[in-house]
Design a protein around this ligand. Structure first.
Ligand code: NDP
Length: 326
């Protein structure tokens, strides 16, 4: 079995020398255990900030994968079934079933299993819960989402359109902006090339924004909060523009616009609504099957390229969900 180790904590932007590919001998599965073989692995932005919190140098990189059960001494996970496992960057692993979830039992043949790491997995649930539980978005409202061409953002925009909202998205290339238009976003702009974020946000929605789905943080937030409507709501999902900072960013601070506009801001993690996951995944699958939720994937081939895929994600190489296919 192969694993990717974090050699030492990242300092600034991750670099190839932070990672090491290692071979590992696995024990034979005991009673109650299964042997898993990775099929698709996910690279996600959270790995950058979480690695510092939950890992130490020498640990296997954290992460989720879709794996196939290739040996089983656990009747809940028979040979041949697919599971979502949190076992990290490994080609093979032995599990006693704790924390494993079976991919929806009626997963259709024509839907790629990799979507269990994307639109019909954690990023899709994050989009759904952020919109419905945190923002409690309603038809007719205007929503702003950044990192909009990514795994979470692209689902956020499409779900909000389905709900009858006006949707504005920002992304870091003209190709991504064109993709957002294809997905049905009403307005989209390239935050890297606009001369002023404030002007771009105003032009996209002169009346301002009811809801803001925040994935980026930093100066984008400052500009967006200034454009909120009275009683606007902000769901803080992520702050990717700050994940690689060596020195924490400081101000400007947004207390004053928060007060004058009487805004509500709430941070969240999708695991808060884990009790709804099964029903929510079925809803997301239904939308994919009906063709209402489109999912692009940015697939990197080969387990050996995990660090490349991860660094590419943080640079913005991906349109849609970044995945590694073993
Ligand atoms: P994405 O697929 O959106 O990939 C990350 C994207 O972030 C890149 O493609 C890039 O797109 C953008 N990005 C990178 N650096 C910057 C920067 N400096 N400024 C602005 N944008 C940048 O990832 P996910 O959809 O998986 O995650 C999106 C956000 O949601 C992240 O902040 C993540 O941490 C958060 N998240 C939170 C969860 C929760 O439960 N709270 C769960 C899952 C994700 P571009 O070309 O547009 O710059």
């Amino acid at each position: 079995a192969k694993t990717w180790i974090l050699r030492q904590h990242f300092e600034g932007f991750p670099k190839p020398s932070d990672f090491e590919l290692k071979q590992e001998e696995l024990p034979e599965p005991k009673d109650g255990e299964v042997l898993l073989e990775a099929v698709f692995l996910s690279v996600d932005p959270y790995m950058r900030p979480f690695s510092r919190v939950v890992m130490k140098g020498g640990d296997v990189m954290i992460g989720t994968q879709v794996a196939k059960v290739i040996q089983s001494k656990n009747s809940a996970f028979p040979v041949g079934c697919h599971v979502v496992s949190q076992c990290g960057w490994r080609t093979h692993s032995v599990s006693d079933g704790t924390g494993l979830t079976r991919v929806l039992s009626d997963w259709p043949q024509d839907v790629p299993l990799s979507l269990a790491l994307g639109a019909i997995g954690m990023p899709g649930l994050t989009a759904l819960y952020g919109l419905e539980e945190v923002l409690q978005i309603k038809a007719g409202e205007t929503l702003l989402v950044n990192a909009a061409a990514g795994a979470v953002g692209s689902v956020v925009g499409q779900l909000a359109k389905i709900k009858g909202c006006k949707v504005v998205g920002s992304a870091g290339s003209d190709a991504k902006v064109a993709y957002l238009k294809e997905l049905g976003f009403d307005e989209a702009f390239n935050y890297k090339t606009v001369s002023s974020l404030e002007e771009a946000l105003k032009a996209a929605s002169p009346d301002g924004y009811d809801c803001y789905f925040e994935n980026v943080g930093g100066p984008f937030s400052t500009a967006a909060i200034e454009q909120m409507k009275q009683f606007g709501r902000i769901a803080v999902c992520g702050g990717i523009s700050m994940y690689n900072d060596v020195t924490p960013q400081t101000g400007p601070y947004f207390q004053l616009p928060m007060i004058f506009k009487q805004l509500k801001m709430e941070g969240f993690m999708s695991v808060r609504w884990a009790h709804k996951d099964e029903e929510s995944l079925k809803r997301l699958m239904g939308l994919v099957k009906e063709g209402k939720l489109k999912c692009n994937e940015h697939v990197t081939a080969g387990f050996d390229n995990m660090p490349t895929a991860f660094m590419g994600l943080l640079k913005g190489d991906n349109v849609g969900k970044a995945i590694v296919k073993v």
